[in-house]
Design a binder for this molecule. Sequence first.
Ligand code: C2E
Ligand code: MG
Ligand code: MG
Length: 649
Amino acid sequence: MSLNEPPKVSERERHLIDQIDAISNQLCQAVDGTFDFYVEADSDEIAIQKLAQLNNFLLETAHRTLGELSDSHRQLEARVVERTQRLDLVLTATNDGIWEWDLKSGLVTLSVRWTGMLGLPRPEESRPLDDWLSLVHTEDREAVERALYRHLDGLTKAVNVEYRIRDARGTWRMVLCRGLCQRDEQGRPVRMAGTQTDTTEQRLSDSLTGLPNGHYLDLLLNERLVEKSRQPMSLVKFQLLNVASLFDGVAVEDAVKALRSLVQRMRRQLPPNVSLVALPEHTFAMIFETAEVLALERLLEPLEKLLGQPVEIEGQQVWLSHISGVAILNPQEPISADEWRQQARLAQASARASDSGARRYYSEALRLGARANSRAEQMIRGAIAANGVRCFLQPIVDPLSGQVRCVEALMRLQDPVDGLVNPAVFIEVAERTGLITPLWEMLMDQALKLLKDPAAAERFGNEFLLSVNLSARQLLDSSLLESIILRCEREGVSHRRLQIEVTETAVLSEPAKAFRILQRMRAAGVRVALDDFGSGYSSLAQLTSMPLDTVKIDRQLVVGVNESPRKRHVLAAVVALCQRLEYDVVVEGIEDAATLDLLCGWEAGDIQGYYYARPMAFPDFIKTFTQPSPHPQPPRDVSWEPPTDAALR
Ligand code: C2E
Ligand code: MG
Ligand code: MG
């Protein structure tokens, strides 16, 4: 056999080759991914039969495995669809939008719901992170960026940040953004994705009334203040004072319903472009685009007219009272939202201190007053901390005998900056803040010592009284009597030598309770004096019913009596009235001998005034004040005398 000649093939070999070839041809189908066939072999050769059988076994296994795989694939797909539907449902229900930040490209993809939430069209393609951040309120932008990057750096477990974002209409919405970062095997961040939830309803609206709330007002104020050409504007705070009356004896739900309906009607009284914002304590805020007082009055008129009508609730009628404070913006003056709100708050507080229905406008005087009050409060707190309460004493004298019948304790504060401070500066603030109680206790600790001071006893005897002023708040404290008695016991003096001075205004805030407390005082032996009678609106009716020992006639009725016969008549009549009602009388503010002559001529009663002594520091009083000599009684002045009992009958 030459090298070029093909090897001789036997018939059997030919048969085997043909069979193998036939099997290979059949197996070609598997290349196309078909495995559901059987290999056939037309041969008695054992090896061929074995080859065909083994192939068929492999084909069957492959066919079965593929079937199983496609089953699991189908199941998996079904589960993915189901899960996606469920997620969609949840996101729809929560109205959440989805965002994904590809950290490699730096681009952010936003879902339709994310952009739809803000009324914006969905961008065709992914956009840089800055596009998102540019919609965020400038004050919140830093917080959002910080939240994203802190999580990216692995410092936080998740992104969780709430912020304000501008919607397509230009108004602000509040949203909550949550997200998680996905990392590769090396822990490198790959993408961050999460949700954005609209929380405007919860955060920017008031749950009771459904109106926009204080956070919303902040946004409005800030927005108006940054407008380039600032319009004339006014911020009005309108407060309903007695909303509690709506709830009196009525189911809470009904009262709430009535309030909501009232608020809705209030909203309708305003121009549609003016938001009615609900603030705490039944206060409502509005911004009007005018700086004219007359225009404002006109705008508020419908609202006030509405509130002039009663609210119907369960067949009853409830009248609500209100006050308002207005801060008109000065277009030239740079001002922050905080300051503007503060101005309206001051005007509102000043209206609250006046009658119902009052409207007050912010002014420089109000600001100065508020500053003085806050300074006074600091001064009081400082004095309490540094033991700066000083007790000053002023005698009350029976002019005809010269006897000191009583000594009034008057408070002063020792301030490191302002020196000795008079009560006019701080008493009102002390009463309003409740700080009067600790101040008064410190005053009492010093004043009571007068009743056991040997020098005082030597000069004025052991009968004179110590008179102390009480504020309304103290007067209405039911434990006042016990605490006074306890204090006297501790000091070792008798509470029967004590007189309390109360003013009509203090009594009038709760007359029934005040009367009860005063009665108990008198029954226990503490004397009660009505202070400042004749100043302000004194009521003669109170004079007949109040449990009293003494009436102190205010200096206002005394000033000018020598020059004005009409004034003289008024003072004479008041003195006579008090005497007739059998009260002891003290006339305050006597500064000169002529007035004293006049009063002595009337046998008016005891005298307190600079004529005898100015209020003096406790040690100075003890050191320098001596009992005055009796004032010579002038001839009895009958020109003023009241009608006699006989004439009255
Ligand atoms: P008040 O209780 O009517 O005290 C009398 C005030 O009249 C004192 O003023 C006294 O200095 C002043 N006064 C007395 N005689 C004359 C006079 O002849 N001419 C003039 N121009 N004034 C005279 P003060 O000490 O400044 O006290 C003012 C008010 O402060 C007191 O009026 C009282 O209402 C209140 N106050 C003083 N101490 C206390 C206190 O401890 N507690 C409370 N709640 N109020 C106090
Ligand atoms: Mg007094
Ligand atoms: Mg007085």
